[in-house]
Design a protein around this ligand. Structure first.
Ligand code: CO
Length: 230
């Protein structure tokens, strides 16, 4: 075993000992069941670890991650995670969490070739194309990049709401709220995009509120540019 991997096992032993010392019986209690309140659907990016960002411990958050936090309608993996989280674990919140500076979103925005992921990222390219009239009005690629990171969260959270998993949960009056958040790699902070959906009737209004917010935040750049040059 290489030196680096030995360090991982040593690090693991230190972490387990420290966790047990801080909270005796911690692992024994988790053995019997998990009762997370949250399902986090995020990007695979190593800089966006769900538990650490939320300050939560093992047992607190159920996690699904893929490149660019995509929720595709036919993705059996994501659907299985969602169904187990909502139906069996009864999570109270499902958050789709994107992040600024996402390489997958950048590739989709600029039509960069990465490899097999290009096919996966077509889902994000679809989001770009859907919002192209707005994106084309923005000043530069950096602004478009930020806007598309947020728009991708918005659309993927919308997709979560369209699943039979959420629709069935809401029709049996189960309490489960869908959220769209974006994370700043530069400051470690989460922003709420206000795509907050607690029932089927909330979906379209919440989508419109969040979309208006995205338009206002990024569209301001143009207005400032126009007033400076005028
Ligand atoms: Co990413």
């Amino acid at each position: 075993m290489s030196h680096a991997l030995t360090e991982l096992f040593e690090g693991n032993r230190r972490w387990a000992a420290a966790t047990e010392a801080r909270d005796p019986g911690f692992f024994t209690r988790l053995l019997s069941q998990q009762t997370p309140q949250y399902l986090w659907i995020g990007c695979s990016d190593s800089r966006v670890p769900a538990n650490e960002i939320l300050g939560l411990l093992p047992g607190d958050v159920f996690v699904h991650r893929n490149v660019a936090n995509v929720v595709a309608h036919g993705d059996l993996n994501a659907l299985s995670v969602m169904q187990f989280a909502v139906d069996a674990l009864k999570v109270r919140h499902v958050m789709v969490v994107g992040h600024f500076g996402c390489g997958g979103v950048r590739a989709a925005l600029l039509d960069l070739r990465i490899g097999i992921a290009d096919n996966w990222l077509r889902h994000v390219t679809d989001v770009r194309n859907q919002h192209r009239p707005f994106l084309d009005t923005l000043a530069d690629d950096e602004t478009r990049m930020k806007a598309l990171c947020e728009l991708n969260v918005l659309e993927q959270a919308y997709n979560v709401c369209q699943t039979t998993v959420l629709q069935d949960a809401w029709s049996r009056r189960q309490t489960v709220v869908v959220h769209g958040w974006v994370y700043g790699l530069h400051n470690g902070l989460l922003e709420d995009l206000k795509m907050t959906v607690a029932s089927w009737g909330d979906v379209e209004p919440a989508y419109q509120v969040a979309l208006a917010g995205i338009h206002a935040r990024h569209g301001q750049h143009i207005e400032r540019g126009v007033s400076v040059s005028a």
